[in-house]
Design a protein around this ligand. Structure first.
Ligand code: NAP
Length: 326
C-alpha cells in the first residue's frame, strides 16, 4: 500500500536517538531508514562509546539494560521496539515522567491478523492431529475438520490488535466474540465487557484467542479455572504474553481432553528450551514469538511519525498508561 510520508519537523542540532533493538547487525538498517525519514537526527547504537549522554533525547529499545535509561538527563521519549512494554517496565530505575510509546503499526495489525486467521483455520481443520498422523504414517481421512461458519472464536482483548483480529476472523466466516474492559460496538463482533461477562463469553467459545496486555489483572488468566469454563474440546491460540498462561494447566487440560489443541507463540521463558514439554506435546503447535514481528522499515516510519508529533507538540499515539497498566 502506498503511504505518503508527511514532512517531519526539524530536529535540533545534535538530537540523538539511541537504539537497542536487533543488535549491531540491525543498526545499519535502522540508520538507513532514519537517514531518509529524519535526516537531521543522529542515530547511534546502544553501546556506542562516542554517544554524548546529554544529547540523547530519544531511546528506541527492547529489553534495555537496567539503569541505563536513567543516565540520560534530557531523555524525552522512550520508544518500545515491540508492542508490549513489559521489557521496559522491568527496569527498576526507569526515569519517571518520560512517556513510553508502544510500537503499533498497520503492519503489526496485519501480521497478527494473518497469524490468528491461519491458527484458527489450522484448528478447525485439525492440522496438529494431521501432522501427528503424517509423522506416524497414518492416512487419517477421518480428520475432516469443521466449518469456520460453525465455529465460535472469542478474542480476549479488543485493543489495537484484538479488534483487527476479530474483524479479520469475521471476514473469514467465523462467529466472533470479543472481550474488553470497557463496552464498545465492533461491527460483526459480539462484545462482552468486564469481569462480570467473562463467564458468559467463555461458555460461547470453541476457540479462545488471547490478545490481552500484561497487567496485574491479566497475569495467569489462562489457567485451570478458565479452561474449566470453556466447552469441552475447545482450543487455545495464545499470542499475548507468556505470563498469561499457566503452562501446567494447559498441559493437563490437553492431556485430559478438556482442550483439543493449542497454538502457542509466546512463553514465560524465551527462547523456549529445546526439551520443553510444550514443544513436545502432540496437541500443541509451537511458534517462536513470530505472530507479529514487524519490519524495520515499518517501525522506523512509526518512530518518525511519533517524533514528528512530539516535535510539533501534538498528542502522541500509543502512550503506555501507568494508571491502566497498559
Ligand atoms: P492494547 O491495544 O493495549 O489492547 C488491550 C486490550 O485488552 C484492550 O481492549 C483492553 O480493554 C483489554 N483489557 C486490558 N485489561 C483487561 C482486563 N482486565 N479485562 C478485560 N479486557 C482487558 O494491546 P495490543 O497492542 O492490542 O496488544 C495485545 C497483546 O498482544 C499484548 O500482550 C502484546 O504484548 C501482544 N503482542 C504479541 C505479539 C506477538 O508476536 N505474539 C506481537 C505484538 C503484540 P479496553 O479496550 O476496554 O481498554
Amino acid at each position: 500500500m502506498y503511504r505518503r510520508e508527511a514532512p517531519s519537523p526539524e530536529v535540533m542540532q545534535g538530537d540523538t536517538l539511541l537504539i537497542k533493538s536487533g543488535g549491531a547487525a540491525a543498526l545499519t538498517e535502522w540508520q538507513h531508514h532514519f537517514a531518509r525519514l529524519m535526516p537531521g537526527l543522529r542515530v547511534y547504537g546502544w553501546d556506542d562509546p562516542f554517544v554524548d549522554a546529554r544529547n540523547v533525547k530519544y531511546a528506541l529499545v527492547y529489553q534495555p539494560d537496567h539503569g541505563r535509561l536513567a543516565h540520560y538527563p534530557r531523555l524525552r521519549l522512550i520508544l518500545s521496539a515491540a508492542a508490549g512494554v513489559d521489557h521496559i517496565l522491568a527496569d527498576p530505575t526507569l526515569p519517571t515522567g518520560v512517556p513510553i510509546v508502544r510500537m503499533v503499526t498497520e503492519e503489526t495489525r496485519e501480521r497478527m491478523s494473518d497469524f490468528v486467521a491461519f491458527a484458527a483455520l489450522a484448528i478447525v481443520r485439525d492440522i496438529p492431529a494431521l501432522i501427528t498422523a503424517q509423522r506416524d504414517g497414518r492416512w487419517a481421512n477421518d480428520l475432516t475438520g469443521r466449518l469456520a461458519h460453525d465455529t465460535r472464536v472469542s478474542v480476549l482483548g479488543l485493543g489495537e490488535l484484538g479488534s483487527a483480529v476479530a474483524t479479520r476472523l469475521r471476514a473469514n466466516g467465523f462467529q466472533v466474540n470479543g472481550w474488553a474492559r470497557t463496552p464498545r460496538l465492533l461491527t460483526g463482533v459480539n462484545v462482552f465487557a468486564g469481569e462480570a461477562q467473562l463467564d458468559a463469553l467463555l461458555a460461547e467459545t470453541d476457540i479462545l484467542v488471547n490478545l490481552l496486555p500484561d497487567t496485574h489483572a491479566t497475569r495467569g488468566i489462562l489457567g485451570r479455572k478458565l479452561f474449566a469454563q470453556l466447552p469441552a474440546g475447545a482450543s487455545l491460540i495464545q499470542v499475548g504474553r507468556g505470563v498469561h498462561l499457566d503452562r501446567q494447566a494447559l498441559l493437563d487440560a490437553l492431556d485430559s481432553g478438556r482442550l483439543r489443541s493449542a497454538v502457542v507463540d509466546v512463553f514465560d521463558v524465551e527462547p523456549l528450551p529445546p526439551d520443553d514439554a510444550l514443544r513436545r506435546h502432540p496437541k500443541i503447535l509451537v511458534t517462536p514469538h513470530i505472530a507479529s514481528t514487524v519490519s524495520y522499515a515499518a517501525r522506523a516510519r512509526q518512530v518518525a511519525d511519533v517524533l514528528g508529533a512530539h516535535l510539533r507538540g501534538a498528542p502522541l499515539p500509543f502512550v503506555y498508561d501507568a494508571a491502566r497498566g497498559y
